[in-house]
Design a binder for this molecule. Structure first.
Ligand code: ADP
Ligand code: ASP
Ligand code: MG
Length: 826
């Protein structure tokens, strides 16, 4: 047995009702079905509006009544042209006459108490069930059932509470007889309405047909309760405010409850309860698109639920703040406050209390504001008299809630919510997070509601950007980078970035995985692979994966990989690298590569080329891009050379080189550093960035390796040999000291020329102030004319270099366009 509930939106037009009949007919072929219907779309509002007119003595109520009558008669006429048309017309006419009598009564008395409103509202469902049943009856057996005979409620009119046991008993008994006497009949049941035990008509709250559907499902032990509406299911947000909202495949009962409680009217929050009690799944489906799979709501737990499932909002809230010194440390204030509200039937939607207890802040429906104010001023009359307590009121508020089982124990969810709101200039008036951690809700002015919803939806649900990496070289830097990527995976995911390593190679082997390599075990797998591959082959291989966004991360220092850069660019990969070789290629090849990158819209990022993790490249790029003209770049670009001179003259130069070597500050052969070649490359990278078409040979460098040792001794003999030249270096230190200066190995780019070598600086000069292996780079420009812009910090080492590469990856991620087709953040 299946229960199918059709909302007003599914019954908006005769055309839609025909669609409903088709859905019902198909379902009835498979199983027994019970149909629950709402009023035709908009009719409940119209009925209540007419009652209000009559209450005010406004004669327009009669015209309204005629309009309602016309709509129903017309719909009936179009849907029952053949059999049963006349009988239906008669029944509808009788009902509409009764409705007119009730409205006239209200008009005469100028009074529409809740009881009368319920009576008026009940006609919507009574009329629609007759129409739908008669239409179905043209091809099936179908009968309208008035639930005032079945759904037993208390007399809390407009919000009546259902008495479950009595209701279930009546539903079972009635349907059993019905199905016995008339085999295969389809009952078309009125949603939304019920009656007190003594027969007075009640309604069970707006949108209550969903609840009716659930009651029938629970009473009859249905296999599923289907809620048919006008959207493809429960969406991650109200689609009318958030264009990017998408259908949620499944929800737990609790999640659905939270979403509907806080305003996702697609499912009435009370509807869940009977289904939960009987463990009956709910399926939300689209009448206009029956093929869509819809949303399942059930007890089934998900193994790895997304952090958040959906966001919702309710308008028409007022935020009240009870404030006062009298509340500090006085137990029972909250009890008195909420007790007073409860005794006046004011329900509190959200509470937040500052730990200082100076204030108690809570949200209620704005419609309850005057009642609430009265209740509170009475309860706290003495405090108000003595002016120790005050009540602030802010109407025009909305509550926004973000919901999901996955938020439990996931750090940073609230941070992300409020961060995204902050960046979108939404200020928050109150915040509450339930102990279940399934829901974070907060109050914002209604004027910011849509902005808030969109900001959060974007932060939590919008398509994630996925980037596949091809990492070549797993020496110190590559290894550190993989570690950082693995460590920051969650951080990136939470920001909507999915970074995976799709290929990983060194000179001895290569591993690949279209879906991404598990970075916990790469070492073992790479070692086992023993299948070296040339860079050009690698480019071809990764092209075949057809990744949407991919980048080569060249963590080698070799020019072999650089030679294959064009192949990677043609394979649609961006390039990110600490390797300087590409930037110091002969100008012709460099220009060809740049042109190819431009043509293919690929990025080439190389922050770690200079100063490792220090933002040297990006700073220079920003200066140039923002129209500054850089007149001079002067700096200590080598961590090794920095270390050698920062110590001063006290330790002999050769001993210092030796200790640098031992500390791992130098290349395997320290002459690589002492020669100044590395500094020359960095200067060239910067020079080309400023638009200079220099070649490496144009950079003039002072080689600190004494002439006789340049080709000569083996590495281990080198230090001893170097000691023979210590005196010369000590003399240079001494000469500088005599002039009150210190010695530094500095690269300079100025007036189109680049050079590097030893120079003397006053002790208070920025370049004289480095420590350890610091890099110090000073930019002088039109804007930074008097005092240069100085960047200083450790400029060598695997971790900081990898960080420079990582920052390029982040930049790249932000450049990527968002891709669609993703549901939820895990
Ligand atoms: P019915 O008449 O079928 O009961 P409702 O109008 O009560 O339909 O509920 C369906 C509407 O709920 C949708 O058309 C949509 O505009 C709105 N809605 C609000 N929030 C959501 C959400 N999170 N998911 C789906 N629909 C939503
Ligand atoms: N017709 C009722 C209403 O508009 C009940 C429902 O649609 O669920 O509130
Ligand atoms: Mg509804």
């Amino acid at each position: 047995m299946r229960v199918l509930k059709f909302g007003g939106s599914s019954l908006a037009t005769p055309q839609r009702i025909r669609g409903v009949a088709a859905i019902v007919a198909a379902a009835a072929q498979q199983e027994r079905v019970v149909i629950v219907v709402s009023a035709l779309q908009g009719v409940t509002d119209q009925l209540l509006g007419t009652a209000r007119l009559a209450e005010r003595g406004d004669a327009a109520w009669t015209a309204q009544h005629r309009a309602i009558a016309r709509r129903h008669m017309e719909t009936a006429r179009r849907l029952t042209p053949s059999r049963g048309g006349a009988a239906l017309q008669r029944r509808l006419t009788a009902m509409l006459d009764e409705l007119r009598d009730v409205l006239r009564g209200i008009h005469l008395l100028r009074h529409a108490p809740p009881r009368a409103l319920d009576h008026v509202a009940s006609f919507g469902e009574r009329l629609s069930s007759e129409i739908v049943a008669a239409h179905l009856a043209q091809s099936h057996r179908a009968v309208a059932v008035d639930t005032r005979e079945l759904v037993v409620t208390d007399d809390h009119f407009t919000q009546a509470a259902v008495q479950l046991d009595a209701t279930y008993r009546k539903i079972r008994a009635r349907l059993r007889t019905l199905l016995r006497t008339s085999r295969g009949v389809i009952p078309v049941v009125t949603g939304f309405i019920g009656a007190t035990p003594d027969g007075r008509t009640t309604t069970i709250g707006r949108n209550g047909s969903d609840y009716s559907g659930a009651l029938f499902g629970a009473a009859l032990g249905a296999s599923v309760i289907e809620i048919w509406t006008d959207v493809d299911g429960i969406l991650s947000a109200d689609p009318s405010c958030v264009p990017g909202a998408f259908v949620i495949e499944r929800l737990s009962y609790e999640e659905a409850m939270e979403l509907s409680y806080f305003g996702a009217k697609v499912l009435h929050s009370a509807a869940i309860a009977p289904a939960v009690a009987k463990r009956i799944p709910l399926l939300v489906k689209n009448t206009l698109n029956p093929e869509a799979p819809g949303t399942w709501v059930s007890a089934r737990a998900e193994t790895s639920p997304p952090v958040a499932k959906g966001i919702t909002s309710i308008d028409g809230m007022a935020l009240l703040t009870l404030r006062g010194l009298s509340m500090v440390g006085v137990p029972g204030t909250a009890q008195r406050l909420f007790g007073a509200l409860a005794s006046h039937d004011v329900s509190v939607i959200l509470i937040s209390q500052a730990s200082s207890e100076h204030t108690l802040c809570f949200a209620i429906r704005a419609a309850d504001l005057s009642v609430a104010r009265k209740a509170i001023t009475h309860e706290f009359r003495y405090e108000f008299q003595q002016a120790v307590t005050t009540l602030d009121e802010a109407p025009g508020q909305s509550i926004v809630a973000i919901v999901g089982e996955g938020m439990k124990g996931t750090p940073g969810v609230a941070g992300r919510v409020f961060d995204s709101l902050g960046r979108n200039n939404v200020s928050i008036a109150a915040i509450a997070q339930g102990a279940s951690e399934r829901n974070i809700s907060f109050v914002v002015p209604t004027t910011s509601r849509v902005r808030a919803l969109r900001a959060i939806h974007e932060a939590f649900f919008e398509p994630r950007r996925k980037l596949m990496l091809v990492v070549v070289g797993v020496g110190n830097i590559g290894e550190a980078l993989l570690r950082q990527i693995e460590q920051q995976r969650r951080y990136l995911l939470e920001r909507g970035f999915d970074v995976r390593v799709g290929a990983l190679c060194n000179s001895r082997g290569c591993i690949m995985d279209a879906e991404g390599i598990d970075l916990k075990h790469w070492r073992k797998r790479l070692k086992a692979s023993r299948k070296p591959i040339t860079p050009a082959q690698l480019a071809l291989a990764v092209e075949a994966f057809e990744w949407t966004h991919a980048a080569l991360v060249d963590c080698t220092a070799s020019s072999d990989v650089v030679d294959a850069y064009p192949d990677f660019v043609r394979a649609q990969l961006h390039i990110v690298t600490p390797n300087k070789q590409a930037n110091v290629l002969p100008m012709k090849r460099y220009a060809a590569l740049t042109e190819l990158l431009r043509e293919r819209h690929r990025y080439f990022l190389y922050e770690a080329n200079v100063g490792a993790g220090l933002p040297v490249i990006s700073t220079l790029q920003d200066l140039v891009a923002s129209g500054d003209s850089v007149t001079r770049i002067e700096g200590i670009f080598s961590g090794t050379l920095s270390y050698l001179f920062n110590g001063g003259p006290d330790v002999p130069f050769s001993a210092r080189v030796k200790s640098a070597h031992e500390l791992g500050f130098t290349e395997p052969d320290p002459r690589e550093d002492l020669s100044g070649r590395d500094v020359a490359r960095k200067l060239l990278v910067l020079a080309r960035l400023t638009g200079l078409a220099l070649e490496l040979k144009d950079v003039v460098v002072e080689d600190l390796v004494p002439q006789p040792l340049r080709k000569g001794p083996r590495r281990d003999a080198f230090f001893d040999e170097l000691a023979r030249f210590d005196a010369a270096m000590t003399a240079r230190h001494a000469a500088a000291a005599k002039r009150g200066k210190v010695l530094r190995y500095v690269g300079v780019l100025s007036k189109g020329r680049a050079s590097a070598g030893l120079a003397e600086y006053p002790v208070e000069h920025p370049l004289a102030l480095g420590r350890g292996s610091d890099n110090i780079i000073a930019f002088t420009s039109r804007r930074y004319a008097r005092t240069p812009l100085v960047i200083q910090g450790p400029g060598a080492g695997a971790d900081v270099t990898a960080m420079g590469v990582f920052s390029d990856l982040l930049k790249l991620l932000h450049y990527l366009p968002a891709s669609r087709g993703y549901a939820g953040v895990t």
